[in-house]
Design a protein around this ligand. Structure first.
Ligand SMILES: C[S@@+](CC[C@H](N)C(=O)[O-])C[C@H]1O[C@@H](n2cnc3c(N)ncnc32)[C@H](O)[C@@H]1O
Length: 289
């Protein structure tokens, strides 16, 4: 295993940082922050061992439901784009991070193992609930280990809402912003000088740090992935399967290129409905067991 990982929706790279600390080599894919758009991105097939990423979660937040009901614009759901990139790049494994309301990504040929966890279980000083879904062609599980006894975190989830906003000037009230910032960095497990000198506004810094995976949580997940990969896969894909997947990925790329924006949106809508159905079935099975 070369440990080459593609990161989708990398943001400021907190999840990437955790994987790098565990010895993976992480290549950043496109992010709107740096002028890239995943919707125009086609990763090469068979080059990456793993793909990681946290598609934006606003679509699945409770605030978004209110906005949708009011007919307001909400950032689109990009989980189907994550799924498409897996289908095209065919890594051995993938890991998706999102809020727990979001559907689990279903990709043909991968067994999935979802975990809903709280950052404070990994000794992060923050309460933040997220779901990590591990997908593997060999059906391996993610041995995610949390602390049995953990301290209660002092900080709530770090978001833009932690700072008091000056609505008139559209910027944080400076006193509050500067006094809350070190706490936000601490809660995310970041050094006090993180982003010092980076060309971001205050709002931008809050947004990219608040969007990130807390480092202690990311480290625990990256460690678990490393452990999972050390286990020999019982049902790894054969070379014949690989070739078959490569052909289907190429067909998929061509089909995607030929679609209009409306057709892509419709396809995404159907894909999400499918994931939702799967989620409901799984939840029903779990509650019956
Ligand atoms: C939840 S954040 C990722 C945080 C990252 N995993 C971390 O730990 O630092 C989601 C990212 O998706 C990016 N994004 C939103 N729409 C996108 C698009 N169409 N193409 C690429 N990136 C996009 C946002 O700019 C944001 O940085």
């Amino acid at each position: 295993m070369s440990g080459l990982v593609l990161s989708l929706f990398p943001g400021i790279g907190l999840l990437d940082r955790a994987f790098e600390e565990e010895g993976f080599c992480v290549v950043r894919g496109p992010d709107l922050l740096w002028g890239g758009d995943v919707r125009r991105f086609h990763p090469p097939a068979g080059r990456f061992d793993g793909v990681i990423g946290g598609p934006p979660c606003k679509w699945w937040s409770s605030a978004a439901n209110i906005a949708k009901a009011r007919g307001q614009k909400v950032q689109p759901d990009l989980i189907p784009e994550f799924v498409r990139c897996i289908e095209e790049s065919r890594p051995t494994w993938f890991l998706m991070e999102n809020v727990r309301n979001a559907p689990v990504p279903i990709v043909h040929g991968y067994a999935i193992d979802p975990h809903v966890v709280n950052a404070e279980w990994f000794d992060a000083d923050q309460r933040r609930i997220r779901r990590f879904t591990f997908g593997d062609v060999g059906g391996r599980k993610l041995p995610l280990q949390s602390l049995v006894l953990h301290r209660q975190a002092r900080h709530n989830t770090v978001t833009m809402r932690n700072q008091k906003w000056d609505k008139l000037r559209q910027r944080p009230r400076s006193n509050n912003s500067t006094s809350e910032w070190p706490k936000a960095l601490e809660a995310q497990g970041l050094p006090a000088d993180f982003l010092e000198g980076a060309p971001f506004t205050w709002r931008g810094k809050w947004e990219v740090v608040g969007n990130g995976v807390p480092l202690p949580m990311g480290r625990a997940v990256a460690r678990a992935v490393k452990e999972a990969l050390a286990v020999k896969s019982e049902a790894a894909l054969s070379a014949k399967d690989d070739a078959r997947y490569e052909r289907s990925a190429e067909k998929q790329r061509e089909w995607w290129r030929n679609m209009s924006e409306e057709e892509r949106a419709e396809w995404n809508r159907k894909r999400v409905a499918g994931m939702r159905r799967y989620e409901r079935g799984r939840a029903a099975k779990e509650s019956a067991a």
